[in-house]
Design a protein. Structure first.
Length: 210
């Protein structure tokens, strides 16, 4: 079983699970991994890049004042960071849903506090790590495709390997510098493939994104 900061929601809630749990875990590890060695066009590069904060994205902790366990806090943080509520179809498939949620899908422990969203960009910025606009957009987009509460909506491993930011980040620094100034996707400098050696709120009266 994975450690609690990288544990997928369907594991916490005791639902059925498949290979999509690995996609969630990878999305969490984007904020931890400090080095990935990449092979591009069959040639090793010495480009080592920092993906994000070197720390945990989710930081569950017990909150005795509200009677919240680590898992309570983890599920609350999932909603705040992912910007979505848990939907009925997922909760109906999970055996522990009644321990954390009311029948209206609001949380038992935190619903009275509201749901102050904290997007991935804010999570990364608060860590003190600095990234270019292109890198920040790429990292947060990658995370958003992995960290989806509904397992069936997460990207597949094959789709992640084609993610534009991973392809961009795999390039030697000189190529990245050139591409940073080329917005045209049809540019001859645009790389179309790469091979990687590393396995790779308030009440529910309206959508949380409003």
């Amino acid at each position: 079983m994975s450690s609690i900061p990288i544990r997928p929601p369907e594991i916490v809630l005791k639902g059925d699970w498949d290979q999509s749990v690995d996609i969630w875990t990878f999305g969490c590890l984007v904020s931890q991994i400090s080095r990935i060695f990449v092979s591009y066009a069959d040639c090793w590069t010495d480009k080592v890049y920092t993906l994000a904060t070197k720390g945990d994205l989710f930081k569950p902790m017990k909150l005795p004042k509200v009677g919240a366990s680590e898992e309570d806090v983890l599920i609350f943080q999932m909603i705040l960071f992912c910007g979505k509520f848990f939907e009925p179809p997922l909760l109906q498939r999970c055996r522990r849903s009644a321990e954390f949620f009311r029948k209206d899908c609001n949380l038992l422990k935190f619903d009275s506090l509201g749901y102050p969203l904290k997007p991935f960009k804010k999570c990364i910025s608060d860590s003190g790590r600095l990234f270019s606009t292109k890198d920040m957009e790429g990292i947060t987009d990658l995370m958003s495709k992995c960290l989806r509460l509904e397992p069936s909506k997460r990207a597949t491993a094959e789709q992640l390997l084609e993610h534009p930011w991973l392809i961009y980040a795999a390039l030697p620094n000189i190529a990245r510098t050139a591409l940073a100034g080329v917005p045209n996707p049809e540019s001859p400098l645009t790389i179309t493939s790469a091979r990687f050696t590393t396995p790779v709120p308030v009440r529910r009266t309206k959508e949380i994104s409003e």
